[in-house]
Design a binder for this molecule. Structure first.
Ligand code: ACO
Length: 476
C-alpha cells in the first residue's frame, strides 16, 4: 500500500506549484540569554507578509521554550494557499484577491483553485463540478445515523457526529499516502457536506430527505436539498443562488484559523481525513469562531430596538461582563474585514430581491455605526467581521438560525481539506505537539485518604464560568 519513492518523485515534479517548502534562511536574529549566551536564529523570508524567526532549534540550543497562548506570533506551518494582510484588509486565495473572486468566479471554481492551486479551464471546471455533484450522494446506511438524534438537536451537533461517522464508510480503501486517494477524499468531503447539512435540517424538521440532482450545480443542489418539496416543482431565484455562492466563496478558506489549525493538528497524527474534518466542524461551532453568525442574530434579537444600542455597547465595553459585540473584532484584521464589506452589499441585494423589509438590518447598521464612532472600538481596532451580516442574509432567505454555522462548515470544508492536502503533500510531517509553561505543584508527598483533613471552604474548584456568555445579552 505504500506510496513508492518513484511515485513521490513524480508527484513532486507534477505538483511543484502546490507543495510548500520552507525557504532557505537568510540573515540571523541574535538572541541574548540572561546567562550571557548568544544564540543565532535564522530568519526565513515569506513571499508576502512578515518574515519569521526560525525557532525550531531553540530548545535544543538554549533549553528554553517560547510562550505564545493563542498563537499571536507563531507560524505553525508553511502554506501557499491563502494570504491575509490584516492591516490593509487584504485576503487572497492562491494570490487572487477575494474581491475579484467574489465578482468574477464561482464557489466551485474557487474550490478547484484552492485544491489544485490553479484556475481551471472551462472543460476542467465542468468535469470537476460533475464529479462533485456525482459524489453528493451518501451511503443509505449513513442516513440511519440521523434517526439517533433527539428532536431539536442542534444541526452542528448532528453534523459533527455524522461527518465523523463518514470515516467509518471511507477508511479501509483509503491510503492517505497516495495523492489520488487524497484527491478523491477531498472531492468527497466537499461533496458530502451539503448533503449531510441538508439531511440534518430536513430530519430535524420532520421533512422528507431530498436527493441531489445531476441537472443542478453544487450550490443549487444544496438549496434544492434544503428547500424542495417532493410534491411541487422547485424554483429559486438566480440572485439567491448567486448570494449563497458568493457567501461560500468568502468563507472558503482563511489560512490558519482555529478550525483549520484543528484539522491540521488532527491530520498531523495521520488520522482519517473525514474524522479530521469532523474535528474542524467542532472547532468552528463556537461563538468566537463560526458560531458567531448565529450568536450575532441572537444578540440583535435581544437588543430588539435601536433604543437599546447604547446599553449594548456599554455592556460590550464593560470588563465585568463576558459579553462581547458578536460579529465584531478579528485576530488578524485590524482595519477592516474585506469579506464584511462584500457581505454588507450582498445583504442589501438579497433584501431587495426578497422585497421584504428586515428590521434587523437597520438595527445592525446603526449598531455598527455607533460602535465605529466609539473610542473603545477605535483604539482596539474592532470592526465588523464576516459574520456580522451573514446571519441577516440567511434569515431573510428563510434559513433557520441553527443552520447558519452549518452553511459556514459547508463552505469552509474546501479550505480545511486543501490545508490537509497541503500538509500531506509535504515530506517529514511533524505531529502537532505544542509545549506548555507548567505552573502547577512541584513534586509533593501523597497523603493517604484517612489522613486528609476536611477544609472549611469547599475543596472543589468552581468549574462554571460567569453568568453571561458570548452573544447572550440581557438588557432588561
Ligand atoms: N466586543 C468587545 N470587545 C472586544 C471584542 C468584541 N467583539 N473583540 C475584542 N474585544 C476587546 C477585548 O476585550 C480586548 O480588550 P482589552 O485589550 O481591553 O482586554 C481587545 O479587544 C483584544 O481582544 P482579544 O480577545 O485579545 O482579541 P482576539 O484576537 O483574541 O479575539 C475574536 C478575536 C475572538 C474574534 C474577538 O474579537 C471576539 O470575541 N469577537 C466576537 C466574536 C466574533 O465575532 N467571532 C467571529 C470572528 S470571525 C470568524 O471566526 C469567522
Amino acid at each position: 500500500m505504500d506510496f513508492s519513492k518513484n511515485d513521490r518523485q513524480a508527484f513532486e515534479e507534477k505538483y511543484q506549484e502546490i507543495i510548500p517548502t520552507v525557504p532557505k534562511a537568510g540573515k540571523n536574529a541574535k538572541l541574548v540569554l540572561p546567562d550571557g549566551r548568544e544564540v543565532d536564529l535564522p530568519i526565513i523570508e515569506s513571499a508576502n507578509g512578515p518574515n519569521v524567526i526560525d525557532i525550531r532549534s531553540l530548545y535544543q540550543q538554549t533549553g528554553y521554550f517560547t510562550f505564545d497562548p493563542g498563537f499571536f506570533s507563531t507560524a505553525s506551518c508553511v502554506s501557499k494557499i491563502t494570504y491575509i494582510d490584516g492591516e490593509k484588509g487584504e485576503l487572497q486565495y492562491r494570490g487572487y484577491p477575494i474581491e475579484e473572486l467574489a465578482e468574477k468566479s464561482n464557489y466551485v471554481e474557487v474550490c478547484y483553485l484552492l485544491i489544485y492551486g490553479i484556475l481551471p479551464t472551462k472543460e476542467e471546471l465542468v468535469k470537476f463540478e460533475e464529479k462533485i455533484v456525482q459524489e453528493m450522494l451518501v451511503h443509505e446506511k449513513l442516513i440511519e445515523f440521523f434517526k439517533g438524534f433527539k428532536t431539536g438537536a442542534h444541526p452542528m451537533a448532528i453534523l459533527t457526529g455524522v461527518f465523523g461517522a463518514l470515516s467509518a464508510f471511507m477508511h479501509n480503501d483509503l491510503n492517505i499516502y497516495d495523492p489520488k486517494d487524497r484527491e478523491l477524499a477531498a472531492i468527497r468531503i466537499v461533496a458530502k457536506l451539503p448533503t449531510l447539512a441538508a439531511i440534518a435540517f430536513r430530519t430535524a424538521n420532520g421533512l422528507p430527505i431530498v436527493y441531489p440532482q445531476k441537472k443542478y450545480g453544487f450550490i443549487e443542489n444544496f438549496l434544492y436539498m434544503m428547500f424542495a418539496n417532493p410534491t411541487t416543482d422547485w424554483k429559486i431565484s438566480s440572485e439567491i443562488v448567486k448570494a449563497i455562492d458568493v457567501i461560500c466563496i468568502l468563507h472558503a478558506d482563511h489560512e490558519q484559523n482555529a478550525s483549520t489549525s484543528t484539522v491540521r493538528i488532527a491530520g498531523s497524527s495521520l488520522a482519517n481525513p473525514f474524522a479530521c474534518i469532523a474535528s474542524g466542524i467542532t472547532s468552528l461551532w463556537g461563538p468566537a469562531h463560526g458560531g458567531a453568525n448565529e450568536a450575532c442574530i441572537n444578540m440583535l434579537e435581544s437588543i430588539g430596538s435601536v433604543d437599546n444600542i447604547a446599553k449594548c455597547i456599554e455592556m460590550a465595553k464593560d470588563k465585568t461582563h463576558n459579553f462581547r459585540l458578536v460579529g465584531f473584532g478579528h485576530r488578524v484584521y485590524k482595519n477592516f474585514d474585506p469579506r464584511a464589506t462584500i457581505m454588507q452589499k450582498i445583504c442589501h441585494n438579497v433584501i431587495n430581491v426578497i422585497g421584504k423589509e428586515e428590521p434587523l438590518l437597520d438595527l445592525a447598521l446603526q449598531l455598527e455605526a455607533t460602535a465605529l464612532r466609539d473610542d473603545y472600538f477605535i483604539q482596539r481596532k474592532l470592526y465588523p467581521n464576516v459574520d456580522f451580516y451573514t446571519g441577516i442574509i440567511y434569515k431573510s432567505i428563510g434559513i433557520p438560525k441553527n443552520m447558519f454555522t452549518v452553511i459556514f462548515a459547508m463552505a469552509r470544508s474546501v479550505g480545511w481539506v486543501s490545508q490537509w492536502l497541503e500538509m500531506m503533500s509535504e515530506t517529514g510531517i511533524k505531529i502537532g505537539r505544542p509545549r506548555q509553561l507548567y505552573v502547577g505543584h512541584t513534586p509533593r508527598e501523597f497523603v493517604p485518604i484517612e489522613k486528609r483533613e476536611p477544609e472549611e471552604e469547599s475543596r472543589v474548584p468552581p468549574l462554571h464560568g460567569d453568568d453571561d456568555i458570548l452573544g447572550s445579552i440581557k438588557l432588561g
